[in-house]
Ligand binder design. Structure first.
Ligand code: UD1
Length: 368
């Protein structure tokens, strides 16, 4: 059995690592890792391969940045050649980035089996490029592995047959569980006693100077007396630079380079609270029991709100103020990890996938 794993952007790496490792122990499997090159800075890519223990990608399509159409099209035309040459039994795609949908489209046209890990999540907000990527990928996929049962409900509503869908849990939590001890060690003695952790990269938060400066002003104002550690995405760094020196010169707001996986996990673990517009960080803070205020109007991960520590504050700075005050006074709520966020999701995927493909091969032989 030959599998191709497609990775392209930072949040893919921690999802692919455990699935690849779990399939490694299945005899007779051959695995190829294809990096589309959507993220290419060493701090956004290479360092994750190193820390997560993923071997160098077998192929790098080096597509780089571009408009959505251009980036998607480049990935498609370069990936088509790879599929024709490698002739995989299945292509495994992760999450909701442009690399995910582009490669799924190629496979659908070539009749190659698509496996989507982290299927079924919906924000119901089609102004987000990721939502388009999720909906399209799930319509094309042959096997869909969901991290939570809301995913199964969403897929049923969209007419995806039940037999294609399996609830396996959260593969990103597999990586967190495995590497938390190493992350703790890595940050020991390096962090302030008390701090907030901030990440921002959504176009809706960072592309408009007025919006970005109002978010940063509110955070600075509210965190008086507390350091704010802010590992900055390359996209956001250029936007902050355009705002002038007001934020880069602040003594409380620490603009850092994008953090590697272990350092960032350690920073989350010990933060008083996390402010973010990322998807994955909502899940990681829920697992860690660290309060998370999400600077978005909606989330495709509602279980982090119902079962976890996540509160959506949107771009309502009054709400952000109120929630921050509440968090600082009451600390975190007691939470329990959502079902099957247990460090074993990838093993369930490896078992399911091998038995599905074997069944398929047997059916093909019987028909021959
Ligand atoms: C992408 C994903 C988003 C994910 C995020 C995590 C899509 C549609 N978006 O957004 O879902 O949450 O990754 O980081 O796939 N850049 C660099 N170096 C890099 C990568 C990007 O400088 O290695 C800069 C470029 O100016 C680029 C911009 O960041 O134009 C945006 O990168 P892009 O990959 O288009 O989207 P992200 O915002 O990173």
């Amino acid at each position: 059995m030959r599998f191709i794993h497609v990775v392209g952007a930072r949040p893919n790496f921690m999802k692919a690592a455990p699935v690849r490792a779990a399939l490694e122990s299945v005899p007779g499997t051959d695995q190829v890792v294809v990096h589309t090159g959507q993220h290419y800075d060493a701090s956004m890519s290479a360092v994750f391969f190193e820390q997560l223990g993923i071997p160098e990608p077998d192929l790098n399509l080096a597509v780089g940045s571009g408009s959505h159409a251009r980036q998607t099209a480049e990935i498609m035309s370069r990936f088509e050649e790879v599929v024709l040459q490698q002739r995989p039994d299945a292509v495994i795609v992760y999450g909701d980035v442009n690399s995910t949908v582009a490669t799924a489209l190629v496979c659908a046209k070539l009749g190659v089996r698509i496996v989507h890990v982290e299927a079924g999540l919906r924000s119901f907000d089609r102004s987000m490029p990721e939502e388009i990527n999720r909906v399209v990928t799930d319509q094309l996929a042959d096997v869909l592995y969901t991290p939570s049962l809301d995913g199964n409900e969403n897929l049923r509503r969209e007419g995806v047959p039940d037999e294609k869908v399996e609830f396996v849990g959260n593969v990103m939590i597999d990586t967190l569980v495995r590497l938390l001890p190493a992350a703790e060690k890595r940050v020991q003695g390096t962090l302030p006693a008390q701090y907030a952790l901030l990440t921002l990269h959504r176009p809706s938060n960072v592309d408009e100077p007025v919006v970005l400066s109002s978010i940063l002003d509110t955070i600075l104002d509210l965190s008086a007396g507390m350091d704010v550690l802010f590992p900055v995405h390359p996209r956001t760094r250029s936007r902050i630079a355009a705002l002038g020196s007001r934020f880069s010169a602040s003594s409380r707001l620490h603009l850092l380079e994008p953090a590697p996986y272990l350092e960032f996990l350690g920073m989350q673990r010990h933060a008083s609270y996390v402010l973010t517009d990322s998807g994955g960080i909502q899940e990681e803070t829920t697992y860690l029991g660290v309060p998370c205020l999400t600077l978005r109007e909606n989330t495709e991960r509602p279980i982090t709100v119902t079962n976890g520590t996540n509160v959506l504050v949107g771009r309502d700075m009054q709400k952000l103020r109120a929630e921050l005050t509440r968090v600082m006074q009451s600390g975190t709520r007691k939470t329990k990890a959502p079902a099957l966020w247990d460090g074993h999701a990838s093993e369930r995927i490896a078992r399911s996938l091998t038995s599905r493909i074997n069944a398929n091969l047997e059916a093909t032989r019987a028909n021959a």
